[in-house]
Design a protein around this ligand. Structure first.
Ligand code: PBG
Length: 323
């Protein structure tokens, strides 16, 4: 035992710990998801996600004025009547998300606006693409719909579009469409490594996007497969993505770390609804100190290699960091 060497010397005081701190979290790195519903003056709490609400575009604009974040990720949640077999309301330029983007842009011109590009909230069957004759998702037919959806989001003023349908070739299809229609400056956040996860449960209540039959294992990544995640992500980089994203975050820190090493693109991680709900419910039951547990989770996601984090805690964490 050689007690001349004592790692604890670097941990003795707060100032010494701060000097040696390897990873930091700053509010600029946080992205807040927002759910938008049609109509006016609608504000609906999401029961499974304490503190999260769905807002109509007018109230979203009001909220945006006092929003404590610099970046948002927008999800459209159409009513039942806005859903059909191919998710056709997703590609109309007067659709929900374009309206929300315009309202946000007016209220906060400098906000970084990212939009989710996926059909699951817009299809009556709740899957992420159009169904083919066999009843399975038709990958190639889905590509055109996703490209059109991305185009209407870009036309409304989105800075980045984020395809999350896990369709093969979706990044290339979107890049080509954006470039061909005058939106060469709009970037793509690829949900490159999106796993078929049980942690999306509360989101599916928020977005009304639970599949009516089956599950998403035929297109989302198998939770057991780390190499496959890197392969999928590198394809998305080659197709022209500006960002790679890993989702969920905390159960997949190894994948965040792998992507950080495998690519020079910025890497984002999505602390998903189930991760948020676990923290909220455990804190409400008195089992965890919410603030410390949430901040430790976010810092761990940064330490694994994420440059930015999508989190329902974005505003609260930003305030905790500023204090
Ligand atoms: C799919 C999508 C999902 C989430 C974001 N985009 C869910 C799914 O694949 O069912 C989940 C986000 C969360 O759980 O917070 N468009």
């Amino acid at each position: 035992m050689d007690l001349r060497i004592r790692p604890r010397r670097n941990r003795r005081t707060g100032a010494l710990r701060a000097l040696a701190q390897e990873t930091r979290l700053v509010p600029d790195q946080l992205i807040l998801p927002l759910f938008v519903v049609p109509g006016e003056r609608r504000e609906e709490p999401v029961a499974a996600m304490p503190g999260v609400v769905r807002l109509s575009p007018d109230l979203l604009a009001v909220r945006a004025e006092k929003l404590a974040v610099r970046a948002v990720l927008v999800f459209g949640v159409p009513d039942r009547g806005g859903k059909d077999a191919t998710g056709s309301t997703a590609v109309r330029d007067d659709a929900l998300v374009p309206a929300a983007v315009r309202a946000l842009r007016r209220a906060r011109p400098e906000l970084a606006i990212i939009t989710d590009v996926c059909l699951c909230a817009y299809t009556d069957h709740g899957h992420c693409g159009a169904l083919g004759a066999s009843g399975a998702i038709d990958n190639d037919r889905t590509l055109g719909l996703l490209a059109r959806m991305a185009e209407v989001h870009a036309a409304a003023g989105a800075d980045l579009v984020a395809p999350s349908a896990m369709a093969d070739g979706q990044v290339r299809a979107i890049r080509e469409r954006l470039d061909g229609s005058g939106f060469a400056e709009t970037g793509i956040v690829s949900y490159a490594a999106k796993f078929a996860s049980a942690f999306y449960g509360p989101f599916r209540e928020a977005a009304g996007s639970r599949p009516a039959f089956g599950d998403r294992r035929a297109y989302q990544l198998p939770p057991a497969n780390r190499r496959e995640a890197v392969r999928d992500a590198l394809l998305d980089e080659a197709e022209g993505a500006e960002w790679l994203m890993v989702k969920p975050a905390l159960p997949y820190l190894d994948v965040i770390s792998d992507l950080r090493a495998a690519s020079r693109l910025p890497v984002a991680a999505y602390q998903v609804s189930g991760e948020y709900a676990m923290l909220k419910h455990a804190a409400a039951a008195g089992a965890l100190d919410e603030r410390s547990a949430a901040m430790e989770s976010l810092l761990a996601i940064r330490r694994a290699g994420a440059d930015a984090i999508v989190t329902y805690y974005a505003e609260e964490a930003g305030q905790w960091l500023d204090r």
